[in-house]
Design a protein around this ligand. Structure first.
Ligand SMILES: Cc1cc2nc3c(=O)[nH]c(=O)nc-3n(C[C@H](O)[C@H](O)[C@H](O)COP(=O)(O)OP(=O)(O)OC[C@H]3O[C@@H](n4cnc5c(N)ncnc54)[C@H](O)[C@@H]3O)c2cc1C
Length: 306
């Protein structure tokens, strides 16, 4: 029998640390994570977490390998729990000591929280979730960062993209040049990152400014643009996912355009903010769709489905 490409593991909280007002760093461990990993850098590797419903155990999906999703979907709602997507911040240890580090954004305003944020805010050692992700030695996918031979990279995102940007920065070769822009809720949410000397990291605390305002201005400013009027709500795709190889809006990725030579751009965060940046970069600044990844990681007012 061939080994599945997916690791479906029960994982337990080993430690939970509030590293800033809006970030909880949670280390998940357990021997079933032993094979979780990729053969190269993680970059923006994503994976799924299934959080148990209140008072219930996490669903046991371990037996289903690559077919886990249809089994999970067919479970009664109360047994299914909630599934959300997260980024690898770090992986430590080997074998039974394998630990997966996840930086969870806490958004705890009444009426605007969800199962993942609530779980992370209350997580204690021993709490259990199900992790679904890449298996060492297999080609599971889930990494979008792909600058090709670009000489300059621009990374940009809000707090939900900070874990992926931090991991990408830590995985870059020493000679990479570019900028990283990280918008976070407050000045106290600026986290420590390791980056190559040629990549300038700029933190953009909102401290009361509107979501995406500072990020949009900084990214457009860096690429020589102005303005940044937000797109209307009705033009926002909640599941925005536009990469050099995939378009959630069926855009023509091969549309003839010169692009900006030597540039690669990676942008993730709230879908309306990312849609606004996409429009300005592609329509006004002439960035070619093949040199940029625009990813909606969440949508204000919308509960994610996984
Ligand atoms: C590829 C990928 C990687 C991701 N990596 C990370 C990561 O490493 N860390 C991380 O924290 N998130 C990450 N996210 C985002 C995370 O999956 C979403 O924020 C998710 O909606 C959180 O689920 P929830 O159950 O807390 O809220 P949901 O049930 O999805 O939403 C409930 C309410 O909370 C609001 N909401 C959701 N997220 C936020 C937020 N960040 N700030 C304010 N309000 C919010 C929604 O608008 C909605 O009104 C990633 C998403 C993707 C697609």
């Amino acid at each position: 029998m061939t080994e599945p490409e997916t690791v479906v593991a029960r994982a337990r909280v080993v430690s939970a640390t509030r590293v800033s007002p809006h970030f909880a760093r949670i280390e998940l461990g357990g021997e079933e994570l032993a094979d979780f990993g990729v053969d190269g850098p993680f970059y923006d590797q994503r994976f799924k977490v299934v959080f148990p419903s209140a008072g219930r155990p996490a669903p046991d999906l371990r037996a289903y390998g690559d077919g886990w999703y249809s089994v999970w979907e067919s479970l009664p709602e109360a047994e299914r729990g909630a599934m959300r997507t997260y980024s690898v911040r770090d992986v430590r240890g080997v074998g039974a000591d394998r630990r997966l580090v996840v930086d969870f954004v806490l958004h705890l305003e009444p009426g605007a929280t969800g199962p993942a944020s609530s779980w992370a805010a209350a997580a204690r050692p021993g709490d259990e979730v199900v992790v679904v992700g890449p298996r060492l030695g297999a080609d599971w996918g889930g990494i979008e960062y792909d600058p090709g031979d670009a000489a300059r990279v621009v990374l940009a995102g809000d707090e939900t993209a900070v874990p992926a940007i931090s991991r990408i920065l830590g995985d870059l070769a020493d000679d990479v040049r570019g900028h990283a822009f990280c918008e976070v809720p407050t000045g106290a949410d600026v986290l420590e990152v390791v980056a190559p000397a040629g990549v300038e990291v700029t933190w953009l605390p909102r401290d009361g400014a509107g979501l995406g305002e500072r990020l949009t201005a900084a990214v457009l400013g860096c690429l020589g643009g102005l303005g940044g009027e937000p797109v209307p709500d009705e033009e926002v795709d909640d599941d925005l996912w536009e990469t050099p190889t995939f378009s959630s809006s069926d855009a023509d990725l091969d549309e003839p355009a010169d692009g900006i030579p030597g540039l690669y751009v990676w942008i993730a965060g709230e879908s309306k903010v990312v849609t606004t940046l996409r429009r300005h970069l592609v329509d006004d600044l002439g960035v070619h769709r093949r040199q940029v990844a625009f990813m909606g990681y969440w949508r204000r007012g919308v509960a994610m489905r996984g």
